[in-house]
Ligand binder design. Structure first.
Ligand code: SF4
Length: 207
């Protein structure tokens, strides 16, 4: 499945996983991500959008195995976001964001979903997942403690399904595709993984 990696300055300034359990900060992905951030690997934004636009119709692809929506820190760059949404036209792109849902950011996310590009709102714990779900603008995902590998519920009783790829070798995003379903009601939970999973587990338990 095609995936992109975006430079680190796009990450939300106040993401609690930043340097504190973010899975992308360890292993081979961290090496690639650093190179992209230092502009030693990858493509400029416009060229990357051109490549995405060339993907075959209905391609399932993931924007950002690391990094966040375009824009520095907490802000979404609306112009770049529109380019991204346009490039995805006819495909099944999806991504996740830790950026706060300010009025402007929410508008950009609603517009993206309305035009077929699925943005999942990333929650740091189950209580945060309830808050994001209450917004009613986008599907929600949540980081869970590493040992939470069974379906659970949020404090307000919303269902949280476990990402099947984290518990079965027979499932991949290509065979699952749940994160690309903007109409999805269930929250998807990701048990903390990677080199910093202990730190991420602590964040997930903050509720
Ligand atoms: S829930 Fe499905 S689409 Fe989402 S990350 Fe897991 S396997 Fe991939």
């Amino acid at each position: 499945m095609p995936v992109t990696t975006t430079s680190e300055e796009t990450c939300a300034s106040d993401c609690p996983l930043k340097h504190n359990g973010c899975f992308a900060e360890g292993g081979p992905l961290a090496i690639l991500w650093r190179k992209v951030t230092e502009r030693k690997a990858g493509l400029a934004w416009d060229s990357a959008m051109a490549e995405i636009a060339k993907l075959p119709k209905l391609t399932l692809w993931r924007h950002n195995q690391a990094g966040d929506l375009p824009g520095i820190g907490n802000d979404i760059d609306v112009t770049a976001m529109r380019q991204l949404v346009r490039a995805n036209k006819g495909k099944r792109g999806f991504t996740y964001t830790h950026k706060p849902m300010t009025a402007d950011n929410s508008e950009a996310v609603i517009d993206a979903i309305g035009h077929g590009f699925t943005v999942n709102l990333s929650a740091n714990d189950l209580a945060h997942a309830d808050k994001l779900a209450e917004l009613g603008i986008a599907p929600v995902v949540v980081v869970l403690p590493a040992d939470q590998t069974r379906a659970t519920t949020t404090p307000q009783g919303r269902k949280v399904a476990i990402c099947p790829a984290t518990i079965s070798d027979n499932v991949t995003c290509v065979t699952c595709g749940l994160c690309a379903l903007a109409s999805r009601k269930s929250i998807i939970g990701f048990p903390a993984h990677g080199a910093s999973k202990r730190k991420a587990s602590v964040v997930a338990l903050a509720a």
